[in-house]
Design a protein. Structure first.
Length: 363
């Protein structure tokens, strides 16, 4: 029986695939308009990936529908705790205790504030991720349960289970999507090049063998959860003399690539690489740090700024890039910030479509 997007997203979150859950839900915004569980689930997922601004916005939308849900109150309390506003956080935790006297998360958070709630400790807990123990619980990760159960089964049934474990190891490589329909045919491999090169010019010109290798590399990178590396190979193909059928398959593969978070993004191109030649890196995700300037918040709630890319003191300054968010993130412009964003081209200039921000808490 088919499952709805909200149920699937909640399953993604239990497996700690928060970016997948967010992507799955955001395309269903029209269907779930006014749905409390939808806004709450999105807010919790954004909180776990570090997009505090988006989390706060979704929590506010959920709060307009229901005020006394303890999961919602835990999420809002966690935002204040992350910021070091322990007085506001404590108010939420005490309200939770009134509604649910046995709530363990609120009880532990109150004890943390009482014993360790100084500003420096909160900063370290946010930095290391330990603060997540005070986020709304999302349940036990079923993958971890399987990781514990499998060794026990192996001890009980020995060789029989050993035979079944090997396919499981293979499944990890291909579990993201069935790409069998995207494999190149023998004809596509032998005629990988566009036959008539006189109709247009190409940024990259390859042989049949080189095109086939790039396409197969993109497939393998995807299976190894290296989506940026796959995107780069796709970009090379789309801007090359590859045949139309291979380009179509490359675009289809591109549709399977996932939105990463700060912990999962890999193969991040450097600012200088993108500056020198942006074409291979379009639609790749970057985690760049620096300080923001020229901040603008627009009437529709969107936000833009220039990210001055460099280290925390800008002693090593690389350059600037414009960043745009659909909603205003929580950023202290005076402090170092990391921005997770996708490289896009707008009016002929490279900019970032912002996804999330990470910033230590400062006084």
């Amino acid at each position: 029986m088919a499952k709805d997007a909200l149920t699937l997203a909640q399953q993604d979150m239990r497996r700690r695939h928060f970016a997948t859950a967010i992507k799955r839900l955001e395309v269903r915004a029209d269907i779930y308009h006014g749905n409390f569980e939808y806004y709450l689930t999105l807010g919790i997922a954004c909180l776990y990936v570090g997009d505090v601004g988006a989390a706060s916005s979704y929590f506010q939308m959920a709060r307009r529908i229901k005020l006394t849900d303890t999961r919602l109150l835990l999420g809002q309390a966690a935002i204040f705790l992350r910021r070091g506003d322990t007085a506001r956080a404590l108010q939420y935790y005490l309200e939770i205790k009134d509604l649910d006297p046995l709530n363990k998360t609120a009880e532990q958070a109150i004890e943390f504030i009482r014993v360790h709630g100084n500003y420096d400790t909160i900063c370290r807990w946010v930095d290391t991720g330990r603060i997540e123990q005070f986020y709304p619980p999302i349940g036990v990760n079923p993958d971890k349960i399987m990781a514990l159960v499998l060794p026990v089964l192996a001890c009980l049934v020995g060789v029989v289970v050993a035979v079944t474990i090997f396919p499981r190891s293979h499944q990890y490589t291909d579990s993201r999507a069935d790409l069998s329909k995207l494999e190149l045919t023998a004809e596509e491999k032998s005629e990988a090049k566009e036959q008539n090169l006189s109709t247009q010019s190409y940024k990259f010109v390859y042989t049949n063998k080189e095109i086939t290798k790039k396409y197969n590399d993109a497939i393998q990178y995807f299976r190894n959860h290296r989506d940026n590396a796959a995107q780069i190979e796709i970009n090379y193909l789309l801007n090359s003399n590859a045949s139309l059928s291979i380009k179509q398959k490359a675009r289809t593969l591109m549709g399977y690539l996932e939105i990463p978070d700060f912990d999962s993004v890999r193969d991040v191109p450097s600012y200088s690489d993108v500056l020198n030649n942006y074409v291979p890196y379009l639609d790749c995700w970057v985690d760049w740090g620096g300080k923001v300037s020229n901040v603008n918040v627009y009437e529709n709630g969107s936000y833009s700024c220039d990210l001055l890319v460099g280290d925390d003191s800008l002693a090593h300054y690389e350059g600037s890039v414009n960043v745009k968010f659909d909603s205003e993130p929580v950023i202290d412009a005076s402090q170092f910030v990391r921005i997770l964003g996708k490289i896009v081209l707008e009016d002929g200039s490279v900019c970032l479509k912002g996804r999330a921000v990470y910033q230590k808490i400062y006084k």
